[in-house]
Structures are given as C-alpha cells and as structure tokens.
Design a protein around this ligand. Structure first.
Ligand SMILES: [Zn+2]
Length: 223
C-alpha cells in the first residue's frame, strides 16, 4: 500500500491523485519529526526512523496532517488525524531520556512538588542558547524543556517560574480547537497566574533581558 496515496484519498475522496510520491525514513530528523515537500507533482515525505514501527493508521494521520499543510486546508480533520493527535500527546513516554542538567533538575523538583504534587514525570532538561526572545520552550516530540542560558545565574524563583510555564505545556499537552492548537489559551494563562508574584517575575525577566542585552563594556565604562 502506498501510504501517501492512501492518506490523500481518504482526505480528499473526490480529488484525483496525480502525484509521484516518495516516503523515506531517516535518522537525521529529530525525535518523531517529519517533513513534507511538494515540488511540481512530486510529494516527498521524510519521517524520523522512529515512525517505522508505528501503526499505519497513526502514520496516515501524520501524513494527512502534513498534506493539509501543503494544500493549505489546515481546518480539515479526519479520524486518522485525531488518532495521530492522541498519539502525539503520549509521545513523551516514548522519548529518549538524556542526562538532565543538575540546576534545572533541582528547579524541576521544586516546581513539581509545589504545583504538580510530584505527579509529573521528569522531562529532559537542558540549557539552550543565549536567547533573548525564546526564553524557554517545551518540545513534546522529545519531551525536553530547554531554557536560555541567560538565566543560568539567576535566582531560583525566576528559573522556577520559567520551568513552571514549560511544565504547564507538558501538563496540558496541546489542545486542539477547530483544528488549531492553542498553546497559551485562557485556561493556560489562568493556571500560569497561580505562580506567586508572577507579575514581579515578569518584570524581573524583562529587566534581566535588558541587562544582558547591553554589552558589559557600555554598561560599566563611562565616557
Ligand atoms: Zn509557552
């Protein structure tokens, strides 16, 4: 069975399928990642090798999800896409575990105890780059919380506030409303505000960003 054609025809039963297809598994893509390319009438899909052992019905959901991107019909949904979305929600259980950074691990423990009754599974925890815009992130494909190195020398409360935000992403997984995922919806923001002094944290984070953006030289030297 050609999975791409099968996925297409279940998605668009009335359309004719007139494409050359290529489906490849490779190791270069990140955990459970996939991409799609449409060039003239060639559709090429690359899947991370981990997808090889996953059931076809789920893969069809993934392929349909990718097809909707290139055909710009993001609002459509199918039973297979629902299956795929449910699968993705549990991918963190399958993700490869890496050795966590000790500072981030302590932060995770504090936040897990205080806000999640120690019920949250430990994700992978790592420092990212010295980023000023993407301060921290949670990647559900590889179950990893990444924090910008600009917070490496900050007090626990700041780090824990960022950790809390990212763990909320792991906690809520991602919810779909009319085919759109809503990461920072009202429910998310309401739970985020449960963090003590969250407004002060926000202010302090802005301050840290301003400070770190200014090169040391101009900060300290007087002209
Ligand atoms: Zn977020």
């Amino acid at each position: 069975m050609n999975l791409i054609q099968e996925s297409f025809q279940r998605l668009f039963p009335d359309k004719e399928f007139s494409y050359q297809t290529k489906l490849e598994y490779n190791r270069r893509l990140a955990d459970f990642n996939a991409n799609i390319r449409l060039h003239q009438n060639n559709i090429q899909i690359n899947l991370n090798l981990q997808w090889k052992d996953i059931e076809d019905e789920i893969k069809i959901g993934l392929i349909q999800h990718l097809l909707l991107k290139i055909f710009k019909q993001k609002k459509l949904t199918t039973p297979n896409i629902n299956l795929y979305n449910n699968f993705v929600k549990n991918i963190d259980i399958l993700a490869t575990k890496t050795k966590p950074d000790p500072t981030l691990l302590l932060s995770f423990w504090r936040v897990n105890e205080l806000f999640f009754y120690n019920r949250m599974e430990q994700p992978n925890l790592q420092w990212g780059q010295q980023a000023f815009r993407k301060l921290a992130s949670y990647n559900y494909h590889n179950d990893t919380v990444t924090v910008s190195t600009i917070f490496q020398d900050q007090r626990d409360e700041i780090l824990d506030y960022l950790m809390y935000h990212e763990l909320l992403h792991k906690f809520h997984k991602f919810k779909h409303k009319n085919g759109r995922s809503s990461y920072h919806n009202k429910e998310f923001k309401d739970t985020e505000k449960l963090y003590p002094n969250y407004q002060e944290m926000e202010r302090e984070i802005s301050k840290i960003i301003r400070m770190k953006k200014t090169p040391k030289k101009s900060r300290w030297r007087f002209f």
